[in-house]
Design a protein around this ligand. Structure first.
Ligand code: HSE
Length: 328
């Protein structure tokens, strides 16, 4: 039996428990053994939840338990998420995470630590919610040179821009609905100001080019200044306003940016609406491929977290982790 600990029992953490419980039989058949949630670390108690008795408040309980082989970090924020992830890796436990803030800032260090310990550091859920994009870039496209990656990386802003375009609702009302649906970050400024997308594009750039650039070093513009009049004007000329993350390598340098774009109808990204994300990868052998799906939300994101948990099963073989160089 694979014993795991969930760190953070919010939207994605509780979704992960739901996926593991709901599809328990399927998951056991895939891994050849069951996955058991041994602990849930949170500041709160959940006395009404069926897993309420698994709640602990001290990370050391998890770190000291030799039975726990996987820690699923879904706390959000850099601290203590980074500190707990590092401590878990140092204790010889694999870590899977949806936390793009930690991956974008400390990914190079945590991957190196995981490699030195012979365990996994996996982050499929950190970009594109439930869309498989990290593993395809890491594995399936390994024989390709990636030319560029471009697309919609933030579900909240795409939800807002779609509502503004289709229903003419205000920015504030559309944001409130995205928050009610659990799409937005704890501080939605990270969504609407482009920082969430910036974290995701630097992760994708690192996978494509092996260099992790700090999100604070790239040009980032959000959508809070966009009005429904502007989305209507764009519509009238056959375009949709989309918050686009883009990366490519120019010479030896990695270019990455996030900004609102007028996307013409001929581009498939124009048609991606609501909370959906769409990521266009241009690779030298494959050509262009579009990765499309639910970019945020409880169960889609949890699906990606559970995919990573399953990848740590002994039956999956040895870790094959990328090596990233931190940009100067
Ligand atoms: N706030 C993020 C979004 C959640 O809206 O895309 C998924 O990373």
């Amino acid at each position: 039996m694979i014993q795991i600990a969930i760190l953070g029992f919010g939207v994605v953490g509780s979704g992960t428990a739901e996926v593991l419980t709901e599809n328990q039989r399927l998951i056991a058949a895939h891994c050849g053994e069951e996955v058991n949630i041994r602990y849930i670390l949170d500041l709160r108690d959940f006395p009404e939840h069926p897993l309420g008795s698994r709640v602990v408040h001290d990370i050391d309980v998890i770190l000291r338990d030799p039975e726990v082989s996987v820690v699923a970090e879904m706390m959000g924020g850099s601290h203590p998420a980074y500190d707990f992830s590092k401590a878990a890796l140092e204790a010889g436990k694999s870590v899977v995470t949806s936390n793009k803030e930690v991956v974008a800032t400390y990914g190079a260090e945590l991957l190196a630590l995981a490699r030195s310990k012979g365990v996994y550091y996996l982050f499929e859920a950190s970009v594109g919610g439930g869309i498989p994009i990290i593993r395809p870039l890491q594995n399936d496209l390994a024989c390709n040179e990636i030319l560029s990656i471009s697309g919609i990386l933030n579900g909240t802003t795409n939800f807002i821009l779609t509502k503004m375009k289709k229903e003419g609702v205000s920015f504030a009302d559309a944001l409130a609905e995205a928050q009610a649906n659990g799409y937005a970050e704890a501080n939605p400024a990270a969504d609407v100001d482009g920082l969430d997308a910036a974290r995701k594009i630097v992760i994708l750039a690192a996978l494509a080019f092996g260099i992790l650039v700090s999100p604070s070093q790239i040009p980032v513009e959000g959508i809070s200044h966009i009005t429904s009049e502007q989305t209507a004007v764009a519509d009238a000329v056959g375009c949709a306003v989309k918050l686009i993350g883009h990366t490519e390598r120019i010479g030896g340098r990695v270019l990455a940016l996030v900004a609102p774009h007028m996307v013409p109808e001929a581009n498939p990204v124009n048609h991606i609406e609501g909370v959906f994300n769409g990521i266009l990868v241009d690779a030298d052998m494959l050509g262009r491929a579009l990765f499309y799906g639910a970019g945020a939300g409880k169960l889609p994101t949890a699906s990606a977290v559970v995919a990573d948990i399953l990848s740590t099963a002994p039956s999956a073989g040895k870790p094959n982790l990328p090596q990233w160089r931190q940009a100067a």
